[in-house]
Design a protein around this ligand. Sequence first.
Ligand SMILES: Nc1nc2c(c(=O)[nH]1)N[C@H]1C(S)=C(S)[C@@H](COP(=O)(O)O)O[C@H]1N2
Ligand SMILES: [Mo]
Length: 260
Amino acid sequence: MNPFIWQRDNADAVVSEARKLVTRQLPLDARRQFIRRGLTLGGLALLSGCRIDDSATAEAALTRISRFNDAAQGWLFDASRLAPTYPDSMITRPFPFNAFYGESEIPRVDAGSYRLEVTGLVADKRRWQLHELRALPQHSQVTRHICVEGWSAIGKWGGPRFGDFLRAVGADLSARYVGFQCADNYYTSIDMATALHPQTLLAIDWDGQPLPPRYGFPMKLRMPTKLGYKNPKHITAIFVSNTYNRGYWEDQGYNWFGGS
Ligand SMILES: Nc1nc2c(c(=O)[nH]1)N[C@H]1C(S)=C(S)[C@@H](COP(=O)(O)O)O[C@H]1N2
Ligand SMILES: [Mo]
């Protein structure tokens, strides 16, 4: 790894590079195609410190850069920095739907029988019902959702702070990761600093109403500091751990940190 990018006065360069890589993240297949066509980035060798003379070393360099991004973004991420908020008048209507499947396959979760599983490094592993999430202090915010597929939209989400929830279950707040399983088999994981960010909500409301199925009923994690794919919808299980766990899109080559 080229050590110059770790110097603090190069932080801007690191950020813009990380941003470029995040927005240009390509699924693994597309990256392979890119490499096969011989379009290796001049800067790739420089950034990764690898000599790139065939597709295997290029692939290794990309993996290395993706790991570097996780480290650099984690290092640059300031847990007290807030994402921009917007007035209600700027809410995008209609708000887009997106998932790895079409609208006809949106999972239908039954509110009455819904139980949220909480496992791993937590003192209290009892399952949560929806109304118990409503009993925690509620917060509402209007923020921008950014999808790597090239669109963004402003929405209003409400619910308890994820940090309050983690404290309520006696989570080990020094653990490194929090992972999520969803009713549609989607999964992802985040760093603890982002889990405790004041704008990270367990969203149960959308635009002042219970979260509609298309946007993740009964509950989604809303993080305005992260890209769309890091925000899991239809969450059924949460686990706190020190074991690195990736995610549905991350396993296909998207950057794990996924800051926005
Ligand atoms: N459970 C689940 N969560 C998910 C996804 C999904 O397919 N399943 N897609 C992700 C992606 S890529 C995006 S952009 C957002 C879309 O959220 P929206 O439907 O509220 O616009 O959900 C994210 N969370
Ligand atoms: Mo997305």
